[in-house]
Design a binder for this molecule. Structure first.
Ligand code: ATP
Ligand code: MG
Length: 330
């Protein structure tokens, strides 16, 4: 059952250099309870996509086409009021770099309570009980509700943010790089907790990360973005067995390198200029397999197998090309 359906979404930012095509024809169906990882290097549009779904775009952003259907309503055409109703109760977000978003002069419990009372008129005792329940749920001693954020470690602050996002039991959680600021051990603890919470509460999750390894461990499906486009989509198993866009192959090979796990992706070259994107495939200027026509023909998504597709003109040859891809330079 599809709970969230993004259908042909286009978004532009107004910039001094002209309109920047930050999202182009994004199509994504999210089934209730499933976890989708959105990966891609810095600037490919991951946060823009989550902010668009949440309806919290910056002022210079305009959705120029497409729909965001949640629970049967297209939020793009329904507008601000429908978005306000869906936000937090329907779709909640842990924003990128949110660790510093907690108010330093307010007790942690009071901040979680506010996440509830902004939307619900529950009696005070019920709110307090819920705050304690939420803290326990994310693995923080409820007795610490009276502490201030500075008395918490980074990992515990992140747990508090997860508790706030889940306060109203949303069926969809958007998580934008929820653990990048944390060390790997704390990151593992947080993700173990998120997996448990998903098992108990059953929410769907869109997890944005640079890190394909995190997606493999935590998600059912993968969406790979490049230059504002989805360039590959499939189950984790399909993508690990047969990465079929040369960009995904670069991410995959970076994974296979000892010591590269959890490191930012490094593929030679720069991401495309979104004000004046390349005429053909946006990845062609960096692609080891680009043919002359790749520089002039913009590829559509090509089916690899059922539920697995890649935006590459050479997708049918990928089984022979794949083994020839060099590991990225260190
Ligand atoms: P990162 O991994 O660094 O967080 P991202 O994939 O989340 O990157 P976005 O923040 O969505 O990328 O940015 C996508 C593109 O849009 C980038 O080229 C970025 O510079 C541009 N961009 C983001 N916000 C704005 C804005 N308010 N105005 C103009 N351009 C913007
Ligand atoms: Mg981002």
């Amino acid at each position: 059952m599809t709970i969230l359906h993004i259908d042909g979404l286009d978004l532009r930012y107004a910039t001094d250099a002209g309109p920047a095509a930050a999202l182009t024809d994004i199509r994504l169906r999210v089934a209730g309870g499933e976890a989708i990882g959105i990966v891609g290097e810095s600037g490919c549009g991951k946060s823009t996509l989550l902010k668009a779904i949440m309806g919290v775009m910056p002022r210079n952003a305009t959705i120029t086409g497409g729909a965001i259907r949640f629970d049967g309503t297209d939020l793009v055409t329904a507008g601000a009021e429908a978005w306000r109703r869906a936000r937090w109760k329907g779709i909640a977000m842990i924003a990128q770099s949110a660790l510093n978003a907690l108010n330093p002069v307010k007790r942690v419990g009071a901040q979680i309570a506010e996440a509830i009372t902004a939307h619900e008129t529950w009696p005070r005792a019920e709110v307090e009980a819920r705050v304690a329940e939420l803290l326990a749920l994310v693995g923080v001693d409820p007795g610490r509700a009276r502490d201030y954020p500075h008395q918490f470690s980074g990992g515990m602050r992140q747990r508090v943010l997860i508790a706030m996002a889940l306060a109203l039991r949303p069926p969809v959680l958007l998580a934008d790089e929820p653990t990048t600021a944390l060390d790997v051990i704390v990151q593992d603890q947080i993700f173990r907790r998120i997996r448990t919470l998903r098992g108990e509460l059953g929410f769907a999750m869109l997890l944005v990360t640079h890190d394909l390894a995190l997606v493999v461990e935590n998600c059912d499906r993968v969406v790979v973005m490049y230059g504002g486009l989805v360039v590959e989509e499939g189950t984790v198993a399909d993508i690990m067995a047969a990465p079929s866009h040369p960009y995904t192959l670069g991410l995959y090979n970076a994974l296979a390198r000892p010591g590269q796990r959890h490191q930012p992706i490094s593929i030679p070259g720069r991401p495309p200029d979104l004000v004046d994107p390349p005429a053909g495939c946006r990845f062609a200027p960096r692609c080891p397999f680009a043919l002359p026509r790749c520089h002039t023909e913009a590829p559509a998504m090509q089916v690899v197998s059922d539920g697995h597709a890649a935006r590459c003109l050479r997708v049918a040859e990928m089984d022979t090309l794949r083994p020839t891809a060099a590991l990225p330079e260190t």
